[in-house]
Design a binder for this molecule. Structure first.
Ligand SMILES: [Zn+2]
Length: 187
């Protein structure tokens, strides 16, 4: 079975599927059909470069180009002087995004320069080491919300956790109008 045949939980063009997430997406189609709700898989496997470009897009969305004037075109892998030590450009932007409540993983394990609030774990002090996105491992995908937000999609997915083989947990991300879904490979 291929997720390309899904009629209700439709995979957006360009999303890269993996053996861990595709069977879950296939099985979820029936759950969305049961409530006659069409939804979209908006993200799957991601590369380091994808993650850095995602940081750029989110920084632009938060108008950080007013502070980092070359944000739109700069090489974000370059090392720049900031805070206590030199850091890659993406790391500074990423720390800023966390501090304003835009939760995103770094492209490699990295220290967050500022305090931030985690939706599940609360206040996280500056200097915290944050790991990479599970999207890098190919064990996660995202479902987008509709014009009315994510509540309908959350209800469907919550009802499917541990009933759909391999679907471990979901994390609603209202700020992204998406739901992050963590899976494991079922063999
Ligand atoms: Zn995600």
């Amino acid at each position: 079975m291929s997720a390309g045949n899904n009629k209700w939980l439709v995979v957006r063009r360009g999303v890269i599927l993996t053996p861990s997430i595709e069977p879950v997406i296939v099985e979820l189609d029936g759950y969305f059909e049961a409530v006659q709700l069409i939804a979209y898989v908006t993200d799957g496997l991601r590369t380091r470069k994808d993650q850095i470009e995602l940081i750029r897009r989110k920084a632009l969305r938060h108008s950080l180009q007013n502070i980092y004037l070359d944000l739109e075109t700069a090489n974000l892998e370059q090392i720049v002087a900031a805070g206590k030590q030199n850091q890659p450009y993406w790391q500074i932007l990423w720390s800023q995004l966390l501090s304003i409540g835009e939760l995103i993983n770094p492209p490699e394990p990295a220290i967050a320069e500022f305090d931030y609030i985690h939706p599940k774990r609360g206040h996280i002090p500056a200097g915290h080491l944050v790991g990479v996105s599970p999207h890098f491992k190919g064990t996660s995908f995202d479902v987008g919300g509709g014009k009315d937000g994510i509540s309908q999609e959350v209800a469907v997915l919550e009802g499917a956790i541990e009933r759909v083989h391999g679907l471990l947990d979901i994390t609603p991300e209202p700020m992204n109008n998406a739901i992050h879904c963590d899976c494991r490979l079922v063999t």
